[in-house]
Design a protein around this ligand. Structure first.
Ligand code: NAD
Length: 349
């Protein structure tokens, strides 16, 4: 398996492989770039088919964190870790403790947090062996509410302010009566739907599980549709808040919305679809810009700032998007390309 020649290598500063025979841990930590500060990014546990697949994932994700942190103007770099295995079958406390030792060995150049398959309790086990963790305690919430350490409320608020700024830019209107299709009513999507409802938007929602959908119908007067119907709707905004790659060669022909703005990571199946959206006149809010509320939250908890400072920082997502949209229209470039350029201006020395 080649690392330096890997198509996703992109000048990573460090890629460390770790194995612990006693607990069965096999993990990779990737540190993409630390120009702005120590790298921060979640630890994902996933039943990868092989180590090549795990390497591919960790390299792609850690690079994404560099761009997300730089765009959000955090004094953080980008990194990520992956554990090879099925969290439901293979995860043990000993394995999490071993992962803590691994994180410690990287010497503070990588700070870990939750991601798919890794819960707060797992990070607490890692924290027995390293101080380089985040996302296990929170002192405050952006809105003054009681903090429980979950960054999703901040992510949802950031997506909401970003979506509102995108609608103002593209449709020259506030959210009253604007039709928004929300895909995925999980931790972020449901909270986003609540903000949108409170600001007068009309909601069409979907999820593969009924609980969130039923609640949104009851509490927000939302209209429920089948998961596959969400792309064909006559709506103003499509808000992907489920999994990645929901904008792909198939759905891009079906989406009628004029704005795409949602929480999901890696929304475009291929980067080149950004240009297709631009040509179709669809305003795309780059995913790592609009969904940065959670990492902004974690950053403020780390620097022991205040709820008000965190809230203003999250609201800055709207300014970042407006800057991207202005440059995109001046330069005739897709928003995802412009966004990458701005992030690079901020983190490349
Ligand atoms: P979640 O797992 O709580 O919610 C995702 C929801 O999407 C679930 O309810 C799931 O049933 C639903 N879903 C899955 N596939 C679907 C499909 N095909 N059609 C409709 N619904 C489907 O996750 P979350 O924390 O709300 O995160 C949502 C997205 O936002 C993810 O892509 C995540 O990576 C991204 N994100 C989350 C945060 C955060 O703070 N939680 C931060 C940044 C980015």
């Amino acid at each position: 398996m080649s690392v330096f020649d890997h198509k996703e290598f992109d000048n990573h500063e460090q890629v460390a492989f770790f194995s612990d025979k006693a607990s069965g841990l096999k993990a990779i930590i990737a540190v993409h770039n630390t120009n702005l500060g120590p790298s921060l990014g979640g630890c994902r546990m996933w039943p990868y088919a092989n180590s090549e697949e795990a390497l591919n994932d960790v390299l792609r994700l850690s690079r994404g964190m560099t761009y997300k942190a730089a765009m959000a103007e955090l004094k953080l770099g980008g990194g990520k870790s992956v554990i090879l295995g099925d969290p439901r079958l293979h995860k043990t406390p000993e394995m999490m403790q071993a992962m803590g030792r691994f994180v410690e060995q990287v010497g503070g150049r990588y700070i870990t947090a939750e991601d798919s398959g890794i819960a707060v309790s797992d990070i607490q086990l890692m924290a027995q062996n390293t101080q380089h963790v985040s996302g296990i305690s929170a002192k405050y919430r952006y809105d003054g509410g009681e903090a429980d350490g979950n960054p999703a409320p901040s992510t949802a608020y950031g997506v909401f302010v970003g979506l509102r700024a995108s609608v103002e830019y593209a449709l020259k209107t506030d959210l009253k009566g604007v039709r928004v299709a929300v895909q995925g009513l999980g931790h972020v999507g449901f909270r986003l739907a609540k903000h949108l409802h409170e600001h007068g938007a009309e909601l069409i929602v979907t999820d593969i599980y009924p609980q969130g959908v039923e609640k949104a119908v009851e509490e927000f007067g939302a209209t429920a549709v089948h998961p596959d119907e969400i792309f064909d709707l006559d709506v103003d905004v499509y808000a992907p808040c489920a999994m990645g790659a929901s904008v792909n060669q198939d759905t891009i022909r079906r989406i009628k919305a004029k704005v795409i703005a949602g929480a999901a990571n890696n929304q475009l199946a291929e980067e080149s679809l950004g240009e297709v959206l631009r040509q179709k006149g669809v305003l795309y809010a780059p995913d790592y810009v609009i969904n940065a509320g959670g990492v902004i939250d974690i950053y403020h908890q780390r620097i022991l700032s205040t709820a008000q400072a965190m809230r203003s920082h999250i609201e800055g997502i709207a300014d970042n998007l407006t800057e991207i949209y202005n440059r995109s229209s001046q330069q005739g470039l897709p928003t995802n390309v412009v966004s990458n350029k701005i992030a690079e201006e901020r983190f490349k020395k």
